[in-house]
Design a protein around this ligand. Structure first.
Ligand code: GLN
Length: 494
């Protein structure tokens, strides 16, 4: 018998509409499954059980009372939120001891849009501290385990959200992507993850890491489910000065470019960048992603080589810019404005004891690197230079998108690694992001979805990268792929 948690978002929508089950049933089923499996997964930092049940009852009442007026398609559907996005009244720790016990007084715009559409926040998911990492091992509250292999990481930093969707706790979840933190965990957990265009989704209520790179994204089991969440949360927000004044199109997934039903991607040009073939990529990743590109070709897409010549500089440029911005953003956590305060004799001691005791090693490392890169004598040599190279990386994409509609590449060089494998080697951890960082530096959107499994039965993700504001194209292409394959419906045995 399929249980309610097995249902995808679209199936939940259908059952709620037909009255087969209620939102309360869905939320209760999610909470039961979470209670049973959390001891082995640890995807959540906080659960909002009683509050979610109450909201579900209100959603059910609304659905009954409004039979004449159309209800929002997301009404009554559970969602999980990465713990770097604020939800009024729920703790927001960012996976850090420096925000232990902090309860924000307002809700992030992205989350607000979802709750206004009727979605029900089940809880806040685990993350690397302040979203710095690729495995959730940097969370001050313990690692999340990959649902496909409990000895391995779920990816990061949005590993809790990716694991929550893969484990069938919830049909959808929000994450954030500064350098790959939606796409890489989506790849490791075998789910679909969308990184939005910079400025597409409001950053208001997202605790800032790298302000010029941070984006809010969504996880689901399919492109169709992700499209529903994306459409609800995107759009201009006066509360975020970098939010774009660009209309969000209604996404019609069937309406890719092709006219013939069996060739839905007919006329679409997909570029395969030669710079994304690098030594060290696992053979299974190469093989599966190549096979996935063949499927896209069979669906009508024209595949051609493209070049993004400055790709090799993305990693060093990111690891100057992201820490530089982080060092400035994290200055606000000083034991005075937010969270707990270390006992001290005077103000300077408050600052350095609170920060010294409560930031973890990776955050401390980034603050030191960032402060150094921004310091008077080194600004031009590091930060200024990195910004110039960033422009070249952005231009690479602009030039490539003159020739092709989308770019295809692996999401990550490997599948999920063992917990502890990179524990003493931050550089090895940084290398996890080689294929995802360039899109953040350019600000363009990307999607990762499951295209097979390696010999250990670990999911492999394909990444598609699109031009600015073309999330619709990414979702259409992923949807077309998912219509003719079934990798995305496979579930881990838990
Ligand atoms: N893994 C990258 C980092 O550690 C990206 C993180 C992210 O996208 N939030 O910075």
């Amino acid at each position: 018998m399929t249980s309610l948690t097995d249902l995808s978002l679209s199936q939940m929508q259908a059952g709620l509409t037909s009255g087969e089950f209620s939102s309360r049933d869905l939320v209760q089923a999610a909470l039961d499954r979470i209670t049973r499996l959390e001891p082995s997964l640890h995807a959540f930092l906080h659960l909002a059980g009683p509050r979610a049940l109450k909201q579900a009852e209100a959603a059910d009442a609304q659905r009954k009372g409004q039979s004449s007026r159309p209800v929002s398609p997301l009404l009554g559907i559970p969602v999980a939120i990465k713990d770097v996005l604020t939800v009024e009244g729920l703790p927001c720790t960012c996976g850090s001891k420096i925000l232990e016990g902090f309860i924000p007084p307002f809700t992030a715009t992205s989350v607000q849009h979802l709750t206004e559409a009727g979605m029900i926040v089940i809880g806040k998911t685990n993350t690397d501290e302040f979203a710095m990492g690729s495995s959730t091992e940097n969370s001050a509250y313990g690692v999340t385990h990959n649902p496909w292999d409990l000895g391995r990481v779920p990816g990061g930093s949005s590993g809790g959200s990716a694991a929550a969707v893969a484990a069938r706790y919830v049909p959808a979840a929000l994450g954030t992507d500064t350098g790959g933190s939606v796409r890489q965990p989506a790849s490791f957990c075998g789910v679909t993850g969308l990184k939005t265009t910079y400025g597409r989704v409001s950053r208001y209520g997202l605790v800032a890491f790298g302000s010029s790179l941070d984006t809010v994204g969504a996880f689901g089991r399919s492109a169709q489910d992700v499209a529903a969440v994306f459409s609800a949360m995107a759009g201009h927000d006066p509360l975020d000065a970098t939010s774009a004044q660009v209309a969000v199109p209604a996404i019609s997934l069937e309406a890719a470019t092709g006219s013939k039903a069996e060739m839905p991607l007919g006329g679409l040009k997909i570029g395969v960048p030669k710079e994304y073939s690098i030594p060290g990529t696992q053979p299974a990743v190469e093989e599966m992603t190549r096979a996935a590109v063949d499927v896209l070709k069979a669906l009508g897409a024209e595949i051609r080589p493209v070049s993004l010549p400055h790709t090799e500089y993305a990693l060093p440029v990111y690891y100057i810019i992201a820490p530089a911005e982080a060092s400035a953003n994290l200055a606000r956590f000083d034991g005075v404005r937010y969270g707990p305060r270390a006992p001290a004799r005077d103000m300077p001691e408050v600052f350095y004891r609170t920060r010294g005791e409560r930031f973890g090693p990776e955050v401390t490392r980034r603050i030191m690197i960032g402060t150094y890169a921004l310091s008077a004598g080194y600004y031009d040599a590091y930060y200024g230079q990195a910004q110039k190279v960033r422009t070249l990386i952005r231009r690479d994409f602009e030039a490539a998108f003159q020739e092709v509609d989308l770019i295809a590449a692996p999401t990550a060089p490997g599948t999920a690694f063992e917990i502890g494998a990179h524990a003493n080697d931050p550089l090895a951890m940084y290398l996890e992001d080689v294929f995802t960082l360039p899109a953040n530096l350019a600000g363009v959107p990307g999607i990762s979805f499951n295209v097979g499994f390696d010999q250990r039965n670990l999911p492999v993700g394909l990444q598609l990268i699109g031009p600015y504001f073309r999330e619709d194209l990414l979702l259409c292409a992923a949807h077309a792929y998912q219509q003719v394959t079934d990798w995305h419906v496979r579930a881990p045995a838990l």
